[in-house]
Design a binder for this molecule. Sequence first.
Ligand code: DAH
Length: 348
Amino acid sequence: MSTQEIKKKYPKEILQAKDLKGLDLVWKKYLGRKGEINKILKNLKKLSGKERINLGKEVNQLKKEIAEKIEKKKRILEKKIFKVAVKKEQVDVTAPGKKFPQGYLHPLTQIIREVEEIFQSLGFLVAEGPEIETEYYNFDALNVPENHPARDLWDTFWLRGSQKIPNSKFKTRLLLRTHTTSVDIRYMEKNNPPLRIIVPGRIFRHEATDASHDIQFYQLDGLMVDKDISVANFKAIIEIFFQKFFKRPIKMRLRPSFFPFTEPSFEVDIDCLVCQGKGCSICSGTGWIEVIGAGMVHPAIFRAAGLNPKNWQGFAFGMGIDRLAMMKYKINDIRLFYGGDLRFLNQF
Ligand code: DAH
């Protein structure tokens, strides 16, 4: 390239360089070791005295000019880069804040707390027991001996291993409790009547799952023991509970039933919340929904707990907490409670 060509080309190229890398290429092309300026300087020797002096001056001048212009452009580009970086780091104090997701209670926990509060206002204490239970407390002490057909009422998850029965030389097998009724015995062994307890807790059934059955769910067992307890007391307590829980007057009926730990035993129905007793698909057209298994405490239960059945009377009942939640919130599949799907859980 001649000096004329260089003078014509380089200003445009500097102008077109968009970043430091591009500018560096221009610098190399003209001022680098193998650049255009050096090429001319190398050829100077071949020229005669005067020509050499003139061209030498010109080229050196040009070299200076190019270097200055590149330096100038470099400062402009650096300023731009700095501005972008500053902008990136700037905090916009007017921007709306980011919300942190807040945890809250599972719908079943909310229901359990609500149920506990109502029963506590009626003088009941909350009792607890282990989820891994012995065959003794889950069945034998509740008047359900081995090989008794009543055991078929509960499909049981049996565990390996066994435990010594207190004050006896016998061992008892272990299982996942099929109801929280086992805690009634545990409590009566340690506490003398009169007593009023509720036992909310997780229970397990070895069953196929569907919209209304799961292998685990929550149950509330209740027990009231005193000198003169009758079915009338039970009816009154349960009626108040449902009215407070569903926040409306309810109709209730008792049907005879069977449980090994109560005599007599009955099933409690309330009028269907969805159709108000007219009959719909939820209540299979009957207008009634079964909510509780209950009865008067069987003398064998008192005996198992070390109490004299001649001195004490009581009622006991068991209800499904998931079922209550499903009725209250009109949920049609019990498995939703255990799926951990936030689209479901966020609605409560
Ligand atoms: N434990 C029974 C069940 O799981 C329910 C039940 C019935 C509990 C009668 C009671 C009762 O305390 O008295 O099916």
